[in-house]
Design a protein around this ligand. Structure first.
Ligand SMILES: O=C(O)[C@H](O)[C@@H](O)[C@H](O)[C@H](O)COP(=O)(O)O
Length: 231
């Protein structure tokens, strides 16, 4: 299920989104003593990150991670960890704990096993997940063109991380799988621009998630994803 919220501007969306997510993080902290949140990378969330970084909550009780990461070094401009560190983990949010998905060395089986051990101990289950969407309907690094897509969307799989080699995008990726993302108490899809609204309409019109992985979230029968969109 999905619920669409349409904002008059990206600035209005970013501020409302930051206020709502900050309030939800604080509520989880008040209840559980801590909170975990996974963000997506890409170009969409920068304004949201800036607005969220200024929110006054118990950031020292928050663990921040990514829905997915490109397997590149931190100083690479394509690094989502770098994007998060430079745009979110500043101001009040500098006190948050970062759970990075990139380890030193190759993205091999040993690295995936190690990351799953660490994620199981330090960040799962995720309380809040913020997804983006590509023009092909991918989300996180669940790419329809990848040979790992069936594994990534497998609703019988243990919540965790997997290696993805997208055919249509650069870099090997490490991504949380569908079950790790969908189990969050609060699920969001953050989109801007007319073309993404058209892709969203296409995703809503059909339930084939192998063709457009974002559909697995939009058409889920018991979880609601809040879609935040501005022109
Ligand atoms: O690592 C990534 O790139 C993201 O996790 C990816 O899923 C992103 O959210 C979409 O590709 C949308 O990207 P834009 O915001 O740049 O359109």
């Amino acid at each position: 299920m999905y619920h669409k919220q349409i904002f008059k501007s990206r600035a209005e969306l970013d501020q409302a989104f930051a206020t709502q997510v900050a309030s939800q993080l604080q509520t989880v902290i008040d209840a559980n003593g801590k909170a975990s949140i996974a963000f997506s990378g890409g170009s969409t969330p920068k304004g949201f990150f800036a607005a969220l970084s200024n929110q006054d909550i118990a950031w020292d009780k928050v663990t921040v991670t990514l829905a997915d990461e490109r397997w590149v070094d931190f100083d690479d401009s394509n690094s989502n960890t770098r994007l998060l560190s430079e745009n979110l983990l500043t101001n009040n949010a500098a006190k948050a704990t970062l759970f990075p998905l990139k380890l030193d060395g190759e993205l091999n089986e040993r690295a995936v096993v190690k990351l799953n051990e660490l994620a199981g101990n330090d960040v799962l289950p995720l309380d809040i997940v913020i997804l983006g969407m590509g023009e092909d309907g991918h989300t996180a690094s669940l790419f329809p063109c990848s040979k790992e897509i069936r594994e990534g969307l497998d609703q019988g799989a243990a919540p965790g991380l997997l290696k993805v080699v997208p055919g249509s995008a650069p870099f090997d990726r490490i991504s949380f799988n569908f079950n790790a993302l969908v189990q969050a108490s609060h699920l969001y899809l953050h989109l801007v621009g007319e073309s993404k609204m058209q892709v969203l309409d296409q995703a809503i019109a059909n339930e084939n998630s192998m063709e457009m992985p974002i559909r697995a979230f939009l058409h889920h029968t018991s979880k609601t994803i809040d879609v935040f969109w501005a022109e």
